[in-house]
Design a protein. Structure first.
Ligand code: ZN
Length: 161
């Protein structure tokens, strides 16, 4: 069975940067299960997986525009501490969601200087090539409930409470 829109694929993956350092990997754990064609993976990886079958192994390099995006300096902002009063005690490295131009983005606190806080809304992997080593483990049809939710249930997928 081939990977195509609205099918579930289980994959093992290892993601490395251009220097060969491992950023993330499923090795040694459960494979990742995802619903193809529903934006659950970065676009460049979904494109590379299209049409693959169980047993296929391949490498693909995904450019930033098809990965976690190109760095946008407009998403680096300095705001007064008091404007983040609802966020609790502020620490460098903490993250929270904020809406910018109709899109929810994850902001990271990069510095706290006096009463000002520096925030960065770029993904930590923005501007980076993503080098994936992929191992397709299984391809199956999605259940009606999975299609309704837009993600996979059960092993390797979402768990609802
Ligand atoms: Zn669900």
């Amino acid at each position: 069975m081939m990977i195509q829109k609205d099918r579930v694929a289980l994959i093992h993956y290892t993601l490395t940067d251009d220097g060969g350092s491992v950023i993330d990997s499923s090795a040694g754990g459960e494979p990742l299960a995802y619903l193809h064609g529903n934006g659950n993976l970065v676009p460049g990886l979904e494109t590379a997986l299209e049409g693959k079958q169980a047993g296929d192994k391949f490498k693909v390099t995904v450019a930033p525009a098809e990965g976690y995006g190109v760095r946008d300096e407009r998403l680096v902002q300095r705001v007064p501490k008091r404007s983040l009063a609802g966020a609790g005690e502020l620490r460098k490295g903490m993250q929270f969601q904020a809406q910018v131009g109709g899109t929810v983005r994850l902001f990271t606190v990069t510095a706290i200087i006096g009463d000002m806080v520096s925030l960065d809304g770029n993904h930590t992997l923005a501007d980076k090539n993503l080098n994936f080593q992929i191992d397709v483990v299984e391809v199956r049809e999605a259940s009606a409930e999975e299609l309704d939710h837009g993600h996979v249930h059960g092993p390797g997928g979402h768990h609802h409470h």
